[in-house]
Design a protein around this ligand. Structure first.
Ligand code: C5P
Length: 218
């Protein structure tokens, strides 16, 4: 059985950073499932596909062939690493992610990323839908305020000026859409461990996940 650690949670909870570090510490592969939805949304925006045209978007998702290389993401030979992180792409991603046929089109590519020696998968439904048999499932949360502050700092580092109230509102709206959709809504798997990182550093959060994982072997 190839081990999988799933890390799910709302936007800007720090999942991505924590999952990537846990993967690095364990020498495991890392699946950033949100990037797949972002890539689909990026392509849809670029090609001006109607974000409600489920059949067209499912076809787009099915045909995606991104290349993940050295921390960069290429789509049709274009470096989209930073472009898919734009807020507009995140918002569009949460719209296309609500479409069942888009989710279905991305099932295989996610399941195939489970390879030896192991996988750390980050997203919304990694523990509940994609890898229900994962031995360790973490649901990482943080208050909307803490998450907006983190997003604000990230943007500031990139030289982008943002408004914290707008960011908080966007986060809450995205959470609502992710939690209320009919398919694979954002919710902890029944057997997930809940980790609130509002008052934890990244190192402390990574440490807790690793401790839980090591405890499985005891
Ligand atoms: O995690 P990230 O912010 O990159 O994800 C972008 C969007 O993709 C989320 O708001 C969510 O709607 C969607 N998503 C999803 N299922 C996943 C990962 C992401 O629905 N497993």
């Amino acid at each position: 059985m190839i081990p999988v650690i799933t890390i799910d949670g709302p936007t800007a909870s720090g999942k991505g950073t924590v999952a990537a570090r846990v993967a690095q510490k364990l020498g495991f592969h890392y699946l950033d499932s949100g990037a797949l939805y972002r890539l689909c949304a990026y392509k849809a925006l670029k090609e001006e596909i109607d974000l409600a045209d489920e059949a067209h978007l499912a076809k787009t998702a099915q045909a995606l062939s991104p290349v993940f290389e050295g921390g960069k993401i290429f789509l049709d030979e274009e470096d989209v690493t930073d472009k898919i992180r734009a807020e507009a792409v995140g918002v569009a991603a949460s719209k296309v992610a609500a479409l069942p046929r888009v989710r279905e089109a991305l099932l295989d590519v996610q399941k195939r990323s489970r390879r030896l020696p192991g996988l750390v998968a980050d997203g919304r439904d990694m523990g509940s839908v994609i890898f229900p048999d994962a031995p360790l499932k973490v649901f990482l949360t943080a208050s909307a305020q803490a998450r907006a502050q983190r997003r604000f700092n990230q943007l500031k580092e990139k030289g982008i000026v943002a408004n914290i109230d707008t960011l908080t509102r966007d986060l809450e709206e995205r959470d609502r859409r992710d939690m209320q959709r009919a398919v694979s809504p954002l919710a902890p798997a029944k057997d997930a461990k809940i980790l609130d990182s509002s008052n934890l550093t990244i190192e402390e959060t990574v440490g807790q996940v690793l401790q839980w994982y090591e405890a499985l072997a005891d």
